[in-house]
Design a protein. Structure first.
Length: 612
């Protein structure tokens, strides 16, 4: 196993980056001479969106409708890139300036409706401020063109020893250089000027030019592949439905594209195109999980309603990173290539990609629903949902808990977002029959996909759709500072016993035996769940309270295999069970240590998981 060393890449000066880039392209990248904007103190202030977790992101009143991107990746595996993006924008309030999020390469030129426009690029603050000829008014459309070149910006992940955004995978041995995006929550701004907030989804047209022998893949439907003037190839993708900026997928590698039969689960029964991208030489066991994608789409569409996009598949990446629900093309590490993680990421196409967040504090609305999809899939395969729910509750009982709406960045991807979020949905489900619950899920998607959502929206919708009992159940799970007692149906009560065991109030023999004989749980979990995902049996918190990331060994009792998760960076694959097994350990265990780990410690923990 190759040890991956994670490090922060310090950005070179803009001039040096441009000189290096020009040297690789045989041309000089020269900024266009335009009037410069005054210093920030003298400039009209652009009001950010006001996100409670990331208060500086975005611009209030700005509505980006479309990004039309021409991207050139001249040397795959390196962080340098160049491109031109045309933003079609409007406003919901008068905007005297535009303020885009951009940590990325040096800006060479900015134009407003084709004419040079004054701008200021503050890479430290991550803002590109543009002065229009006159304020942008509500209902008015404008096209803003930004040309850029150089090294991608750097946005360190707060807890894991990786950067989010533009990923560079250097060539090594037989492995060719590659690039891809991994941008949740706010990494798209490392390589593209954007309004980088989920409340402002937009459509994308993406053209990526790569050297000969390489393939580019991106969110949306491939519309063209043509020869580029320098002997490379240009691939064009159209993402016709709006998506949040962090879900934009771009991949550059020597891929083998594998097409499968279309799946008739789209809007009005339309076909959803199926394609997966595997790096050349990908092993058959890694490919195997993706043969179930069509069936996963059918099961989830039955519960959630029509699949929202025109295509779906996965692009496989080789680094040990989290999986991510990039729109229409989930980004799946080799180490996360199992059915459960794929189910979770596929569910995010509805919850996160189609239904978008009003604020990052509401991220449980993405993660809780995607985690619950794992249960729906398992039940469709004939597995016992009761065991899965019991395992969830046991894990939640051993973890710190909180109300579902996060109050800090450290809480975004913890156990509460994933597991308590899924349990909250189950608390609603047990108040009604499955037909009503299915209508409830489908109605949530159908009724709210055209605007950013909040927990308050879901609470009001639940009470209106299912009645006061269901509404009260969800409110208790959403707002209680403690883990609520869990009721299965009207008469069977699942409780949190001393030490974290969760069994029925009058345990049956199997549960009693399991609780009395189980040793403290020693499961493998890597700290960051998939999809930003937490496994019901291997759930470490992706971002634990106190920023601790826990890693434990695989449990041998009732858990057949440690399974990976999206932000959990994939679980151990020790060969002791099927990676998509749903067996859940409900044994009692003491609370794990919450001591914080250094970045080097985390890297060691990741390596210790024994990934292939």
């Amino acid at each position: 196993m190759t040890r991956f060393t994670f490090s922060l890449v310090r950005r070179s000066s803009s001039l040096l980056a441009l000189a290096l880039l020009a040297g690789t392209q045989g041309q000089t990248a020269t900024p266009t001479a335009v009037p410069t904007l005054p210093p920030p103190s003298a400039l009209i202030t652009a009001q950010p969106i006001g996100d409670s977790i990331f208060p500086a992101l975005g611009q209030a009143g700005l509505d980006v409708l479309n990004y039309d991107l021409d991207l050139f990746v001249d040397r795959p595996g390196r962080s340098e890139l160049r491109g031109t993006v045309v933003l079609t924008v409007t406003a919901t309030q008068p905007l005297p300036v535009l303020s885009l999020d951009f940590l990325g390469p040096q800006v060479l030129d900015v134009r407003w409706e084709g004419l040079p426009a004054p701008y200021r690029h503050d890479q430290t603050a991550g803002k590109l401020t543009i002065q229009p000829p006159q304020p942008l008014r509500p209902g008015t459309l404008a096209r803003v063109t930004v040309r850029f070149a150089g090294k991608a910006g750097v946005r360190p992940d707060p807890d894991l020893p990786i950067d989010v955004g533009w990923q560079a995978v250097p060539a090594q041995g037989d492995r060719v250089g590659a690039n891809f995006t991994l941008s949740e929550p706010d990494g798209t701004r490392t390589f593209l000027p954007v309004n980088d907030h989920p409340s402002d989804p937009a459509t994308f047209t993406t053209r990526v030019t790569v050297p000969a022998g390489y393939t580019a893949a991106a969110s949306g439907v491939e519309r063209a592949e043509v020869a580029a003037p320098d002997g490379g190839r240009t691939f064009t993708f159209e993402q016709a439905q709006p998506i949040p900026t962090y879900t934009l997928a771009i991949h550059v590698n020597q891929f083998e594209r594998v097409d499968a039969a279309a799946v008739p689960v789209g809007v009005a029964g339309s076909d959803v195109l199926r394609r997966d991208y595997f790096p050349v030489g990908t092993q058959a066991d890694t490919r195997a999980a993706y043969t179930s994608t069509g069936e996963i789409l059918k099961v989830l569409a039955e519960w959630f309603g029509p699949y929202p996009f025109s295509a779906y598949g996965s692009a496989i990446v080789t680094p040990r990173v989290p999986a991510l629900e990039t729109a229409t093309l989930s980004t799946m590490p080799v180490t996360s290539s199992n059915t459960r993680v794929l189910v979770h990421e596929t569910a995010h196409q509805w919850f996160g990609d189609q239904l978008t967040l009003a604020d990052w504090s509401e991220v449980w609305l993405n993660e809780g629903f995607a985690t619950y999809a794992e249960l729906l899939w398992a039940q469709a395969q004939g597995e016992a949902g009761e065991d899965i729910v019991r395992g969830w509750y046991a894990r939640a009982g051993r973890s710190q808990t909180r109300p579902l709406v996060a109050t800090s960045e450290a809480q975004l991807f913890d156990t509460t977002a994933y597991i308590r979020g899924a349990l909250a949905l189950h608390a609603v489900r047990v108040t009604v029959d499955d037909a009503a619950f299915k209508g409830y899920l489908r109605g949530w998607v159908a009724g709210f996909h055209n605007r950013p959502v909040t927990t308050a929206d879901l609470l009001a919708y639940t009470r209106t759709r299912l009645g006061a009992t269901a509404g009260a159940a969800l409110r208790l799970w959403a707002e209680s500072p403690e883990l609520p007692p869990f009721r299965k149906g009207k008469h069977r009560h699942i409780h949190r016993a001393q030490g974290g065991c969760a069994c029925q109030a009058t345990p049956h023999a199997r549960c009693s035996s399991r609780c009395s004989s189980s040793r403290p749980s020693r499961r493998a979990s890597s700290g960051r769940p998939s999809g930003r995902l937490l496994s019901p049996c291997t759930m470490g918190t992706k971002r634990n309270s106190g920023r601790a990331i826990r890693s434990r060994r695989a449990v041998k009792a009732t858990t057949k295999s440690a399974r990976s998760s999206k932000w959990a960076l994939s679980s151990a694959r020790s060969g002791k069970g099927s990676p998509d097994s749903r067996s859940i350990s409900a044994g009692c265990g003491s609370k794990p240590s919450s001591s914080s780990l250094s970045r080097r410690d985390v890297s060691r923990k990741i390596d210790a998981l024994g990934r292939v």
